[in-house]
Design a protein around this ligand. Structure first.
Ligand SMILES: Nc1ncnc2c1ncn2[C@@H]1O[C@H](COP(=O)(O)OP(=O)(O)OP(=O)(O)O)[C@@H](O)[C@H]1O
Ligand SMILES: [Mg+2]
Length: 446
């Protein structure tokens, strides 16, 4: 087979070139809609992967979104822009998700939703599109794969994204939050939509008409706080602090994750009714044993009155209660009630004090508190439903607060009939039946 190599020339915009040529260990190009992020990423990826021996990972959070975005720019072209890798210059194995460049190295494309596909790949670098969708753990996992150095090609993670809020882990890592120093050997390049003069003027004008945080993020490419936060009264400067007990009551809120993190929050209430989040467990893809182990450690340290456990985690509830004798309640309560219960603790009191504090070690929960937002309808109005993002610690928090306030709907371990074939278990109540704490009395249930 004759080798077919072709040169493609795209005149890069200044910041695109800065990104493409950067040798920083970790480089981010972030910017408003359409400023040319994906094209820059695909170009840098193709350049690096053309070096013989290179093995570059191309990643997005969800595998299903790669085909319609980054891979299209790379292999099919985008409107008048030709494909970065012209047909005939590579072989594409769609089953193995690899693109082997003639006379060069290869690209392996993956989604972080199927990390097992990465196996134990040794890669030379990693390109990430819409990097803000990835969790910190996803990024650590991808960075950990980059250890090949063919022909002095230095391992690098290079990523592009639309901006998010200043509490996002990327904002902290790259020093975009206004006060954190960027991590060593990192470079962040910010770009506004208007810097891409290839875009149709109508498109740019429409984005230019946006207002507030949307304009700042989506047009100007700035990492600013979104509007419509669920907890607008959360004040990072006043509420993040160390506090010691004594506590009147401690409850652990638990939210179960599979691709998402497993979370346990230790929430304490003092004699004056103030809340303090003392500790977080926030880990991705943990086995049940690991979660149980963490629950036992938390129990021996804080002696919580209850673990208010995710209603969907029936097996974990059973495991904690039956095999480890931990006090468990099924945290089944309407989401809006839970949010309102948490909001009440954050309101500034007449004397300027607040009834909610959180330990500085609870970094993920602090980030979620500053990012958890109401969903926005097509009309631009916010809905009475939070977005399905940044909600793992948030769910755990409202479970704990509802239980601390004595407002959980259910008490004790209530198995769902659908989850068990065996209905012989003595003492179980049928699904949905409310149990009254007092009705059971004693500390059998709590
Ligand atoms: N240097 C360039 N030369 C020619 N066209 C370009 C250049 N940079 C970007 N474009 C074109 O601008 C459009 C937007 O680019 P791209 O999709 O890379 O932007 P993006 O920032 O990833 O957008 P989004 O925010 O939607 O993800 C595309 O049609 C792309 O081909
Ligand atoms: Mg893009």
């Amino acid at each position: 087979m004759t080798e077919h190599r072709e040169t493609i020339t795209i005149k890069g915009l200044p910041k695109q070139l800065q990104f493409i040529n950067s040798k920083a260990h970790s480089v981010l190009l972030s910017g408003g809609y359409g400023c040319g992020k994906t094209l820059s990423l695909a170009f840098k990826l193709a350049m690096r992967a053309s070096i013989p021996g290179a093995r570059e990972i191309l990643a997005r959070k969800y595998f299903s979104t790669l085909g319609s975005t980054t891979l299209r720019t790379l292999l099919d072209g985008d409107g008048p822009t030709p494909p970065i890798l012209p047909a005939g210059t590579y072989r594409h194995n769609k089953t193995a998700h690899t693109i082997r460049i003639n006379g060069g190295g290869e690209i392996i494309y993956v989604g972080c939703d199927t990390p097992e596909k990465l196996g134990s790949i040794n890669a030379s670098g990693c390109a990430i599109d819409e990097a803000a969708e990835l969790s910190k753990q996803d990024l650590i996992m991808l960075r950990g794969r980059c250890r090949l150095q063919p022909q002095n090609l230095k391992p690098q993670t290079y990523m592009v994204t639309n901006p998010q809020g200043p509490l996002h882990h990327l904002a902290t890592h790259f020093g975009l939050d206004g006060h954190t120093k960027p991590a060593p050997k990192t470079l962040a390049i910010l770009m506004a939509t208007s810097e891409n003069y290839h875009l149709p003027q109508d498109y740019v004008d429409e984005l230019d008409r946006l207002t507030g945080a949307d304009r700042a993020r989506l047009f100007e490419g700035k990492w600013v706080q979104a509007e419509g936060l669920v907890y607008p009264d959360f004040d990072m400067h006043r509420m993040v602090k160390h506090r010691k007990g004594p506590w009147e009551k401690v409850v652990v809120g638990q939210d179960a994750g599979f691709n998402d993190p497993d979370v346990m929050l230790v929430v304490c209430k003092d004699a004056e009714g103030n809340l303090h989040v003392a500790q977080e467990f926030y880990e991705n893809q943990q086995s049940m044993d690991k979660v149980v182990e963490a629950a036992k450690r938390i129990y021996s340290e804080f002696h919580p009155a209850a673990f208010a456990v995710d209603p969907s985690a029936a097996r974990l509830r059973d495991e904690l209660y039956m095999n480890h004798s931990l006090p468990v309640v099924k945290a089944e309560n309407p989401i809006l009630d839970g949010i309102r219960a948490v909001q009440r603790y954050m309101v500034v009191e007449g004397d300027g004090t607040r009834r909610f504090t959180i330990d500085p070690s609870c970094k993920n929960t602090i980030r979620e508190l500053g990012s958890y937002a109401w969903a926005v309808q097509r009309t631009g109005e916010t809905k009475d439903v939070p977005t399905d993002k940044w909600n793992h610690a948030m769910d755990a928090l409202r479970y704990a607060v509802m239980e601390l306030d004595g407002r959980s709907c259910f008490c004790g371990v209530v198995p769902d009939v659908n989850e068990y074939d065996d209905d012989e278990e003595d003492g179980w109540l049928p699904v949905g039946q409310r149990m009254d704490r007092e009705a059971f009395g004693g500390d059998f249930w709590l």
